[in-house]
Write a protein that binds this ligand. Sequence first.
Ligand code: GLY
Length: 381
Amino acid sequence: MFRWMPKTLTPSDCGPRLVGTWSFALAAIESAWSTLLGSNSSDVDRVAGASDSRSCLLDAIEAACQHADLDPGVDSVGLGGLPDSSGRMSLDGAIMESPARFAGVAALRRHLHPVSVARLVMERTEHTLLCGADADEFADRHASVARELLSDDARSVYEQWEASRREGSAGPIDQGKDGSLLGLRPVDPGLGADSAGKLFRPNTGREGAAPAGHDTIGVLGRDLAGNLAAGCSTSGLPFKVPGRVGDSPIAGHGLFVQPEVGSATATGTGELISGICASFVAVETLRRGGTLLDAVLEVMLRVDELGPLRPHHQVGVIVMDALGNVASGAYRPGFLIATRDEGGGRVSGPDLVHRPEDDELPESARDGLAKNDGHETKEAR
Ligand code: GLY
């Protein structure tokens, strides 16, 4: 049974556009908008010499992801992110222009901006994926600045979680096969909520539960010339087994771009997204003649095939066609998307919620979602 929130999606040229996963992406894509239009490219740590439209697009994707990395209020990305079960941060990310122009980095422990390091890999090597200490060392060699990634807030949350784990009182959250805590389903409280940016905080309504879960900023961009690009940045699953890597740094999983066809980014439970190659499936559906909503639905049907989902599972996807038209969907309620285009910036609910009956959200979170469906930051110009 599928429930649609119908919108007319008549293909038309949408001009330049940035879209991002979750409401916290709005500030990130707003900050990158002038870069996309080519008027603010010096704000980004740029690769020397590039100043064309395609480079502005990559700069904008990178700038948006950097903005989220730097926001301590976002608990699933960068500085606000939560560490692994050893108390150490590790970050994953990727950037993509096409199947021939892509790179990801996984398990960075000393560099805050995985998309920037991924861009260095893409532009300065012939490789597509670097991981672990060697990825950090690669970043060192290319003059990226290393820093401590674990914030005081995250350390304090980790210490609480570690104490709860020792006492066996971590709260009503799922246990992984290895006994680790798998986390809560990410629920976006929307902008303006006290817990804005926090997908895994008390807005879930589960008293006593350690904050946990996982998510990502995924950004899709289209420039003035119609080029497409995508980027993802994440701190991954909080309290994960050290070494765990999710979907975000892998082409076809957390993001995919097929020039002249479209792009997609996925967010939520990386293990589910990777298992179905969600972003590839979405773009391939477009390539085979499907509509944007077909692409979103195809991803959700593949998730269904994974078997019964656990309470913390979620998959959200945003799909963009070559003209910049967008559709989005989520397996369960709780997902929001942010858009910035010539009409301004706004947050909206997804076009499709595949299992709306899986709604265990407390009243407060539902209110936040309702308030933010259509939240706008700028009037149309
Ligand atoms: N979607 C991010 C992760 O699972 O790591």
